[in-house]
Design a protein around this ligand. Structure first.
Ligand code: HAS
Length: 542
């Protein structure tokens, strides 16, 4: 990657890791408070700490790492950015960073303890909403620069199949643009006027619906960069090839059309949305599982083909042939393993009736610590340790690699303890997002306590892992020996079929995407507005 593009990517990635450390501290405080072993000082409240944790890790780490990684990925596979493209990328970075500082200031002054989902009726200072809006607008700019570089590549290579990694980045950016429209409408037309006192009330159901239109696609915006790494980088690290360019591209297009029209599966328990539409979005949610199953298939195929090349025998012989000592592989691999129970839990959540059992319990927190905080986060960490030195002309030394492996193993141990305890306590009815409480000495609440202590044990191990990770980022960023670190990109396997042009046709998939979204959301939104207790005022435009 060209050094000038690398600087932009690094700027984003460093902010992501500051968020990891601060968000990790907030996480530690939380598990200790929930276990009843710590009382927060009077100037901090539980929901403020929970907001710091969710915003920094759920929104900042992800968005900033993704923008940094995608910039590097496009520069590596489509070519160096032009000055104009790079300037657009930097404008985005500064807009996002200013927004981040504004939002952080509001959270720190306890003016925005509204959690990372920030929908009404919790209300924050308008500067918080504006700050988050700027983070999104900033990412739009940097994403645009990535798309422009890809389009330039296409013009220069007419008729050729596009570079897989760049193609995936462009799909993820389109997904992001369409998804963020929902939250942009919510913030601009509901939350900001309401928090400024321009309107007295807003429709809460509409606010939540617009948020979840964005909120579930958001999780795929996090997941797809991890999939980019699994599909295009991991095969090279293990010495293999991409199993199929067509399958990988089709997987991403399926995410493009199916990620948005499923948000109502977060709202099964809410009155005001017709059960028919809940059911329809439940069905669509089961469709969006398919591209993940295709990914699992593709990863197994990649591992097995490489294993056989190295002489592996039997059904699982390939397992022994994988490069277990290489942190570039090990951390994402642990993430993949975590995604198996994480994904299975997602299917439980999506099942309309079973959702009744787990909704708003700490089971859900267990689910997303396996998905975003393991599958995605470990893939990002394992990548950062070689990507940072690649971008700044240093190397990932053997010792740093071993430390990275330790961090990955600590993460696996801590997360297994914490997230298993969360899943079990959730099934016993323990609520999520609640401070330590004995609930008036209730017998049922007493059952939860031992699991909350287990969560504190797991969470403390995770915090140690975060300290190691932070140390490693500082080391590879500023102290590792100068040298050249490779940015591995796998070639497509020679036997793979040529990718049909239709799979790469953005117009075709774009039309299908819009059609499915219109189908899934038009009637629910019309119903919400027309049944709003605020009448037409429920949807204020200004
Ligand atoms: Fe989810 C709630 C349904 C995936 C994140 N989810 C959440 C929340 C978050 C989140 C943050 O339907 C909480 C939001 C809040 O604050 O309220 N989720 C799903 C479904 C999937 C799913 C069906 N979620 C994710 C991903 C996330 C994420 C990915 C982040 C990155 N989720 C829900 C539902 C709720 C929910 C409901 C609302 C619950 C409620 O009531 O509040 C699916 O996409 C999952 C499909 C995945 C698979 C796994 C495939 C496995 C692979 C690994 C292969 C492994 C290999 C290694 C190759 C089917 C690809 C093998 C090696 C060996 C040695 C074995």
């Amino acid at each position: 990657v060209d050094r000038r593009d690398g600087k932009l990517a690094l700027a984003y990635i460093y902010i992501a890791f500051i968020a990891v450390l601060l968000g990790g501290i907030a996480g530690l405080l939380q598990v200790l408070v929930r276990a009843g072993t710590l009382q927060l000082p009077s100037f901090l409240n539980y929901y403020q700490v929970l907001t710091v944790h969710g915003v920094l890790l759920g929104l900042v780490l992800t968005t900033f790492f993704i923008m940094g990684f995608q910039t590097a990925a496009v520069s590596r596979t489509s070519g160096t950015f032009t000055n104009k493209q790079r300037t657009i990328g930097w404008i985005g970075f500064w807009i996002a960073t200013i927004g981040l500082v504004a939002a952080a200031a509001m959270i720190l002054t306890n003016e925005a303890s509204v959690l990372y989902t920030f929908y009404a009726p919790l209300q924050a200072h308008w500067v918080f909403y504006l700050g988050l809006a700027l983070v999104i607008v900033g990412s739009w700019f940097t994403g645009l620069a990535q798309i422009m570089r890809f389009v330039q590549w296409k013009k220069e290579h007419k008729g050729q199949s596009t570079p897989l990694l760049s193609f995936m980045v462009v799909v993820n950016n389109f997904l992001w643009y369409v998804a963020t429209l929902g939250v942009a409408i919510e913030v601009l037309f509901q939350l900001i006027p309401w928090s400024m006192g321009l309107v007295e009330r807003v429709d809460v159901l509409l606010s939540r619906t617009l948020f979840w239109y964005f909120g579930h696609a958001l999780v795929y915006f996090w997941l797809l960069p991890a999939y980019m790494i699994w599909y295009t980088i991991i095969p090279k690290i293990i010495g293999g090839k991409v199993f199929s360019d067509a399958l990988a591209k089709l997987t991403f297009m399926l995410f493009l059309i199916l990620s948005v029209p499923v948000g109502i599966h977060h709202q099964y328990t809410e009155p005001g949305i017709d059960p028919l539409w809940k059911f329809i979005q439940a069905v669509l949610t089961f469709f969006v599982v398919v591209p993940s199953l295709m990914t699992a298939f593709s990863m197994f195929a990649t591992f097995e083909l490489r294993g056989r090349e190295l002489g592996a025998k039997g059904v699982f012989g390939w397992f022994k042939k994988l490069p277990w000592n290489d942190s570039r592989f090990l951390l994402p691999f642990i993430g993949m393993v975590a995604f198996i129970p994480g994904g299975a839990g997602g299917i439980v959540n999506a099942s309309y009736q079973m959702n009744e059992l787990i909704h708003n319990t700490i089971w859900v927190t267990g689910h997303f610590h396996l998905t975003v905080a393991s599958a995605v986060a470990l893939t990002f960490f394992g990548t950062a340790f070689w990507l940072i030195p690649h971008l700044n002309g240093r190397t990932l030394t053997k010792r740093a690699n071993s430390m990275a492996n330790c961090a990955g193993i600590l993460w696996a141990i801590g997360m297994t303890i914490m997230s298993s305890a969360m899943h079990i306590a959730g099934l016993l009815g323990a609520p999520r997002r609640s401070d330590y409480s004995t609930y008036g000495g209730s017998e049922q609440a007493a059952e939860w306590l031992s699991y909350q202590i287990a969560q504190a044990v797991g969470g403390s191990i995770l915090f140690i892992a975060i300290l190691v990770i932070t140390g490693l980022v500082i080391y590879v960023g500023f102290f590792a020996p100068k040298g050249e670190e490779d940015f591995p990109i796998a070639e497509v396997a020679p036997g793979a079929a040529k990718t049909p042009a239709a799979i790469e046709n953005f117009k075709l998939w774009g039309v299908i995407m819009i059609a499915v979204i219109i189908f899934a959301y038009t009637i629910p939104i019309i119903d919400i507005i027309s049944n709003s207790p605020l009448g037409a005022k429920g949807f204020r435009l200004w």
